[in-house]
Design a protein around this ligand. Structure first.
Ligand SMILES: *Cc1c(COP(=O)(O)O)cnc(C)c1O
Length: 370
């Protein structure tokens, strides 16, 4: 029995007919990149979030990048975010010429420590960029109060939080805009690359639509209003995503069931299990646990043919490609300390109970041999 199958293969087995029908529908339609399917998905995705607008783009990185541009971020502006995130969050900020300002993370949830944000605000701050990491939302009320007081905007990085809720509100609907990725492993994944932004602000949406389309007005082809990118969502991904969106709540329920089983089976160990913050409905994009002997555990699990991921082993500010930000090692002690202890257990909706039992048994043996 293979324990660690890349999630989508099992899903494909289960959904093959529907996926292939989506592909055939688009391939036979005569429109591969600029047809009606993108709009149909956008409408459904906006409705799911209770917002007025959605713009499909080619990936999550560009969703963040284009949202920042559409929100008026300019070179030299500051964007407050975290270093414990996927590198794309920060490279999108860097790519528009803005400066990421990092705050440390909460030691229990590993999410943005919102108590540190006020002190990080300067007169160059334009955007607060909370990352709803691992599948649960950052505490939004303090950020919303700061944004209001200082006249700054909030962009939510929702790449790991499709369908997550925070005091009943859905991720992506709380800021001026929310950016999503549909990378295949995400809670809602395409069969290739994809992304989207959601917003209730028509100005941000219109800006985004222009920017993803070479900077042209959709209604005035060949007329460039502002230099943009070619960053559209393809028809085939849009149609697959539109169909998969109808199953998103099932995927989330599946992930929650897997998480509940881990919690039950690992409760007696000295692993620190995920903590859900008050008011959050977690969607468990990843199931992140913590142990001081992380590296030995990962090594030990290889003997059972189980490879475990780390999200993320190297905080963004410590990486060579981001050295120009000039953030010293030691500047974010909680982030840096936890990066050496966290790791993820296999998590996807179709993980079966026997598979999970095998993982947990291997984990018990590995922990016992430390
Ligand atoms: C996946 C991810 C992104 C980037 O999305 P891509 O589609 O891979 O470009 C951005 N932020 C976070 C937190 C992510 O997990």
């Amino acid at each position: 029995m293979t324990t660690y199958v890349w999630g989508y293969l099992k899903e494909y087995e289960q959904e093959r007919e529907d996926i292939l029908d989506a592909v055939d529908t688009v391939f036979g339609s005569g429109n591969l990149v600029w047809g009606p399917r993108v709009g149909m998905f956008e409408e459904a995705f906006a409705a799911y979030h209770g917002v007025a607008h959605c713009a499909g783009v080619d990936n999550g990185t560009n969703a963040i990048l284009l949202a920042l541009l559409a929100m008026g971020v300019e070179p030299g502006d500051e964007v407050i975010t975290v270093s414990n995130t996927a590198a794309p969050t920060v490279l999108a900020i860097d790519r528009v010429g803005a400066v990421p300002v990092f705050v440390d993370i909460d030691p229990d949830t590993y999410l943005m420590d919102v108590d540190q944000v006020a002190a990080a605000i300067t007169d160059r701050t334009r955007v607060l960029l909370p990352v709803h990491l691992y599948g649960q939302c950052v505490d939004m009320a303090p950020l919303e109060a700061l944004a209001e007081r200082h006249g700054i905007q909030i962009l939510e990085d929702c790449a790991q939080a499709h369908g997550a809720r925070h005091h009943g509100r859905i991720a992506g609907s709380m800021g001026r805009a929310g950016a999503f990725s549909f990378y295949p492993t995400k809670v809602l994944g395409a069969y290739g690359h994809g992304g989207a932004t959601v917003t209730s602000d028509p100005e941000v949406d219109a800006g985004l639509r222009r920017l993803r389309y070479y900077g042209m007005e959709e209604a005035a082809y060949y007329v460039v209003a502002r230099n943009g990118l070619n960053a559209r969502l393809d028809e085939v991904h849009a149609e697959i995503l539109r169909r998969k969106l109808t199953r998103l709540d099932e995927y989330i329920a599946g992930r929650r069931a897997v998480a509940a089983r881990y919690a039950e089976m690992l409760g007696g160990t000295d692993l620190v299990l995920p903590v859900t913050a008050p008011g959050n409905d977690h969607v468990y994009y990843v199931y992140v646990v913590r142990h001081p002997e992380r590296d030995r555990i990962i090594q030990g699990m290889k003997e059972y043919d189980i490879s475990l991921n780390i999200s993320y082993p190297w905080p963004v500010h410590t990486q060579k490609g981001f050295a120009h930000f000039g953030v010293e090692k030691g500047a974010l002690p909680v982030t840096e300390d936890l990066a050496g202890q966290i790791f993820s257990l296999p998590m996807y909706p179709s993980l079966t109970e026997p598979e999970q039992e095998r993982i947990v048994e291997a984990l018990h043996k590995t922990l016992g041999s430390l």
